[in-house]
Every structure is written in structure tokens, then in C-alpha cells.
Design a binder for this molecule. Sequence first.
Ligand SMILES: [Zn+2]
Length: 460
Amino acid sequence: MKIHFLGGARTVTGSCFYLEMPRLRVLVDCGMVQGEDDDATNRGHFAFTPSEIDLLFLTHAHIDHSGLIPRLVRDGFKGRIVTTTATADLVGFMLYDSAHIQESDAVWKTRKALRAGKPPVSPLYTADDVKAAISLFTKVPYGKTGHTGRGLNYRFLDAGHILGSGSLELWFQDSVEEKKILFSGDIGKKGNPILNDPSREADADYVVMESTYGNRLHKGMKETVDELVEVIEVTFRKGGNVIIPAFAIGRTQDILYVLNSLVREKRLSRIHVYVDSPLAEKATETYLAHPECFDEEAKRLLSAASLEDSIKLHFTHSVEESIALNGIRSGAIIIAGGGMCEGGRITHHLKHNLWRPECSVIFSGFQARGTLGRRIVDGARVVHIMGEEIAVRAGIYTLGGFSAHADRKELLEWLSAFRSSPRVFVVHGEAETSLAFADLVRERYHFTTIVPARGEAYEL
Ligand SMILES: [Zn+2]
């Protein structure tokens, strides 16, 4: 087998691996690039011929792993897309939302282009492409081994990152014997408020492993929750709002769950929480429909009551409802996407609250290089939002404990389960992070480590 690292290599977004076997061509993930040069990269040529790919395995629904699937289908892919049951339930509306963004962007860019005497801009893909993609999905439950009948068997394990997220085990035949490659997918944090802890595997010949937080330690959940309570109390006392950029899937549900528990425990008074994302509302419904993915505590709490029994939870639907939130001066917690502040309704809330010293912005997820979120976290005093200069005066907080990713210690622990000595490809991290983590793995476990660059290929 030959593995090509086509995306998510020395960077965090755009995950895509291409496996060439004698009788089968396979992709693992087909994600969108976010941040620097994203549009040009997402529109660039695939490094393979889509019509020649037999199978695509999808590790989870996040757009940086799934976002180019509709383009793949439009460009000729006709194979099966294999993923877990919950991922298949989530990814459809994620992709429709993405297509909607692509289509509205194209309308806006075309208007600009025509005024400049340039040709119109076509969307990266459309809702029709998403519809065609969805017809190709095959759902498999966690733990069930599937057979392609062409020398490759597969199984998903719970990665504990977001609902439906999987690590993917693949067994293939090399010239002599059967070998196993394990794709970690995005690895969740232990003690995630809702989901099970990530599964750990004991053996593999090769591991392709994420390293998003390979150089950092998160604060514990208790400290994170204490800090959240303090930020909310201080902000409300000062007469401001708390703005939380969050991906529709995962973080939003975790934060709602924690806020709800805090009100029940009387650590916070009944607060108004606005989730300004139709996508997050659908994702929350999908979460509630999959209790089989919850840990015991969440199962108990969520079966007893829905999320809105303690906090005053408002989902906004129309653009008018979203705009109406701009009139709220204080006492609101507003959760909106995109998680890295690149487009989406969050940009409007930042425009209206970021310049106000009495407000706070809480970052709970990884902010990729080149994104507005990263610039704010890195301490920019002024940012540009929708063509307007906005001063950064609000309190900026990063609560890493809410991250959906394992930190350095947990990533190492995940590897410590191996009884074999796999060759480890370290991916899905910024270059310095992946290189430092690979060194650590080599020192600690004496495994051979490789940090592939984008476009590199290795014979397994
Ligand atoms: Zn993810």
C-alpha cells in the first residue's frame, strides 16, 4: 500500500489521505482548508482522479474533514462513503450549510467581479452536489468490522471527539502478510461533558495520528468551569455580554450542557443563552437522538430533562432574529458559529461587542493560523470585520478545557496503550507542534516517527 498525505499534514485543516492498493483506491477524509489561502487551495486540482476512487472513509463530521466531499462527487467520485451512524446523521446538514455559504459567497463575489469587468465566480459546490454526495453514504456502527471484498477490512472505534467521531482501523494485505494501519481521527479529551472517553488500541503496524495540541496542556475541567463562572459573573456585573464562537457540532452542546448543570447546581442564576446558529440547533437535536454515544452521567442527566430546563435557552432562526440580538446590551451569552470567526453569524456579534470593554469573548476551540479568531487570541488590538475597523477592548479568554481535542499528555497516553511498536505518522498539527510531538514520542516510546509534509507519499 502507498499512502499519500494530501492535507492536514503540517497543518490542522484540510484532512485528506489517499491510499493506493493493487485492487482498491481509498480516501480517508476529504476536508476543507480553512485559514490562509483557503479558497485557492479548496478550488485547486485533486492529486488523484476522483472517478478512480472506490471508497471514502469519513472519520467525523467537522468541515475540515468532510467539507470537500461534495466537490469530490461533482468531480466524478461515484464510490461509497463509509462512516459511523451518527456522523452520517450529522454530516448532511453540515454540508448543506456549507453549500449555502459557498453559493451566497459566489453571488457576492460575482457582483464584485462583474463591476470590475471580470468573469462571474461559480460556487465551490452547490446543494445539488451535497444531495448527490448524501446518496453515497453507508453507515456502520462502532466496533463492527466491515469487508470490502478486495483485500481491505475496516472498523470504527469511538474517538470521543464529537458525536459520531471515529478512529479508523484498516487491515490490508501487503506482499507477505496482513498489516494494520490505524487512523486516530481527531482524538477527544477524557472527561468530555457528554461523550465517552476515546477508545485506545493495543496494536497496529502503522498509526496516523493527530497532534493539534501536541505541545500544550489543557486546564482541567474543574478549573475551566470555575473560570467560565467567573467570566460570566464579572461580565454581567460590568453590564456586558459573553460571546462564545463555537463550532455547531460538539463544543456548542458541551457548553450548553455545562451551563445547564451550573444553573442546576445554583452556581449561576438562570441565564439567557442564545444559540445563534440554525445548524447548531439541528446538531443539538441530533445529539439528543444518539444517547448511545453518551457517557453514563450525560445519559442520566439528558434522559431526565432536556437542555432547556435550567438555562433560558433561545435558538434563533431567521436573519431578523439574529440581528435583533445586536440590540441586547448586557446579560446575554451568545453562542454562534463559525468556531474560528471566519464568516458566519459570529462576525456580527464580534462587530457589536468586541469594542466594548464590558464584554467578554470566550474561545473554546483551536484557532487556525490566518483566521480572525487566531488574530484576536494572539492579541491584536484592532481587527477588520466585514470591511470595518473594530477595536479589541472586550476581555479575551481561552478556555482550553472545553477543547474537543486531547492535549499533549492525553495524546501520549493514547499511544501508551500500544503493545506493538507502530511506525507513527504525526499529522493534523501546525509544523512546529507536530515536529515537537514526534520527538517526544520517539524519546518516550522509541517508536519510529515521521512528520509528513503535504504531498509526500510513503510505501507501507
Ligand atoms: Zn474535528
